[in-house]
Design a protein around this ligand. Structure first.
Ligand code: GLU
Length: 428
C-alpha cells in the first residue's frame, strides 16, 4: 500500500480494507467512499480596519442514511477540502458506532482564529452561516464545534440561522453555550467519553486504572477533560501533556514528576489550548521543546490534537511500556503506524469510537432543543456513559469474534449499520 499523509485518502484506504473483508457490493462501497454532497464557498468578512478579507469555507455531507448529517466546523490554517471530506466520512462511522440516529458531515474554514479579533470572529461565523444556511437545518445537517471553534461561535451561528430562517431554531447547531440552548455536560463530553472507553478497555485487559499513567498530545477541549477524567474518574496519573505555541511556532511538552494537575493547568491555558509556560515553570513543571509526549514511559497514550500525528516516523518513538492508545483526536494514526502498532500488540481504541462522546452529547442537546426541556448534568453524563459503554461493547464483541484490529472491528460495526439503513430505505 502506498503511504499517504492525505487524510481523505487515509479514510478511504481504511474503509477499502474493511469493505473488502465485508465483501461489500462494489457500487455500495463506491458510494460510501465518497461524500454524497459537498459545498465550497467564499466568505467576505469585514475586518476591524474597515477592509474586506475573503475566507474559503467548506461543508461536506458524507452520508445521511441513518439520520441528518452531523459534525463540527473547524477553523484551521491548513484546512483543505480533503481534510473536511475525511472528517465528514469519519463522522458517519462515529454516529453509527455510537448508535445515534445521525449521519456524517463536517465543515471548515481556512483560518487561524487566533489572528482574528472578537468582532472579526463573529463576522466570519455569521458569514459562514449566510453561505450554508439553505443547505443545513435540524432535519438536514447539524454543525457543532471542533478545533478552533467555540460554544460562543455556535451561539452566533445559531442566531444568524434563526434570523435568516425567521424562526428561533436552536436545533440547527449543537455545542452552543449553556443558557443559549446548549446542554450541560457538552464541554466535558468528548474528553470524558475518551475516559469511559479507556475504563472499558482496561476492564477487558485486566488492568487496574488506578495504577496507570498517561501522556496526552494537546491541551485543547478534548485533552483537558481527558486529563481531568484520567485523574478523577480512573484515579490514574497524567505524566505529560503537550501543546502548540503559535507565537514560537513550536510544540512543547509539559510534565511533572508526580503527575500533572490538569485543573491547575487548565486555569493557566488560553482558549486555543496554549499553556502559560512561565507560570507552569514557576510551579514545578518541566517544559521541553518538541513532541516528547509520544516517547514517555506510560501505559496509555492519548493523541488529542489533529490528524496524522502518529505516523511512520513517530511510531518508532513510542515506549514498549504503552499498552493502550486512545484516540481523542480524529485520524491521529496513519495506516503505516497502525501496521507497526498491530505487530507490537498495542490495544487501539480507535478515534470514531474513542471520541464519540462529543457528538453523543450533541445529539442529547438537539433532543433537548426539540423538547424545549433541559436535563441535569448528572442525567446527561449518565446517559453518555451508557452510550459509550454500549458502543465499546459492540466493537469489542466484533473484535473478539472476527479477531481483527480494533479499528477494523469499529469499521465493521459502523459500515454494517449504515449499509443496513441504506437497505431499509431502499437505496440499495
Ligand atoms: N467535532 C466533534 C467530533 O469530531 C463533535 C461533532 C458534533 O458534536 O457534532 O466528533
Amino acid at each position: 500500500m502506498k503511504a499517504t499523509t492525505n487524510a481523505f485518502q487515509m479514510a478511504q484506504q481504511q474503509f477499502d480494507q474493511v469493505a473488502e473483508q465485508l465483501k461489500l457490493d462494489q457500487q455500495v462501497s463506491d458510494y460510501l467512499r465518497w461524500p454524497m454532497r459537498e459545498f465550497s464557498f467564499r466568505i467576505p468578512v469585514k475586518m476591524d480596519g474597515g477592509d474586506i478579507k475573503i475566507f474559503n469555507g467548506f461543508r461536506v455531507q458524507h452520508n445521511d442514511a441513518i439520520g441528518p448529517c452531523k459534525g463540527g466546523i473547524r477553523f484551521h490554517p491548513s484546512e483543505t477540502i480533503d481534510t473536511v471530506r475525511a472528517l465528514a466520512t469519519w463522522m458517519t462511522w462515529k454516529c453509527a458506532v455510537a448508535d445515534i440516529p445521525l449521519g456524517g458531515g463536517k465543515g471548515g474554514v481556512i483560518v487561524d482564529p487566533a489572528t482574528l479579533t472578537n468582532t472579526e470572529k463573529e463576522n466570519l461565523c455569521r458569514g459562514y452561516m449566510q453561505k450554508v444556511w439553505r443547505n443545513i437545518g435540524p432535519r438536514r445537517d447539524v454543525p457543532a464545534p471542533d478545533v478552533g471553534t467555540t460554544p460562543q461561535m455556535m451561539g452566533w451561528m445559531m442566531d444568524e440561522y434563526s434570523k435568516l430562517s425567521g424562526e428561533y431554531t436552536p436545533g440547527v447547531i449543537t455545542g452552543k453555550p449553556v443558557g443559549g440552548g446548549g446542554s450541560l455536560g457538552r464541554t466535558e463530553a468528548t474528553g470524558l467519553g475518551v475516559i469511559y472507553t479507556i475504563r472499558e478497555a482496561m476492564k477487558r485487559l485486566k488492568i487496574d486504572p488506578s495504577k496507570t499513567t498517561a501522556s496526552i498530545q494537546g491541551f485543547g477541549n478534548v485533552a483537558q477533560y481527558a486529563a481531568i477524567g484520567f485523574t478523577n474518574v480512573l484515579k490514574g496519573k497524567v505524566m505529560a501533556v503537550s501543546y502548540w505555541d503559535r507565537d514560537d511556532r513550536t510544540s512543547y511538552t509539559i510534565s511533572h514528576p508526580k503527575g500533572i494537575d490538569a485543573v491547575y493547568l487548565q486555569s493557566i491555558t488560553n482558549q486555543y489550548g496554549a499553556i502559560d509556560k512561565e507560570k507552569a515553570k514557576s510551579t514545578g513543571y518541566e517544559i521541553e521543546e518538541g513532541t516528547g509526549w509520544i516517547s514517555k514511559d506510560v501505559d496509555v497514550l492519548i493523541p488529542a490534537a489533529i490528524e496524522g500525528q502518529i505516523n511512520a516516523e513517530t511510531v518508532e518513538m513510542i515506549s514498549d511500556k504503552v499498552k493502550i492508545i486512545a484516540e481523542g483526536a480524529n485520524g491521529p494514526t496513519t495506516l503505516e503506524a497502525d501496521e507497526q502498532l498491530k505487530k507490537r500488540g498495542v490495544f487501539m481504541v480507535p478515534d470514531f469510537l474513542c471520541n464519540a462522546g462529543g457528538v453523543t452529547v450533541s445529539y442529547f442537546e438537539s433532543v433537548q432543543n426539540d423538547m424545549n426541556y433541559y436535563w441535569s448534568k448528572e442525567e446527561v453524563l449518565q446517559k453518555l456513559d451508557e452510550k459509550m459503554t454500549n458502543a465499546f461493547r459492540s466493537v469489542y464483541d466484533m473484535y473478539e469474534k472476527e479477531r481483527v484490529f480494533m479499528r477494523d472491528a469499529a469499521y465493521m460495526v459502523a459500515i454494517s449499520r449504515v449499509v443496513k439503513a441504506m437497505q431499509l430505505r431502499g437505496w440499495i
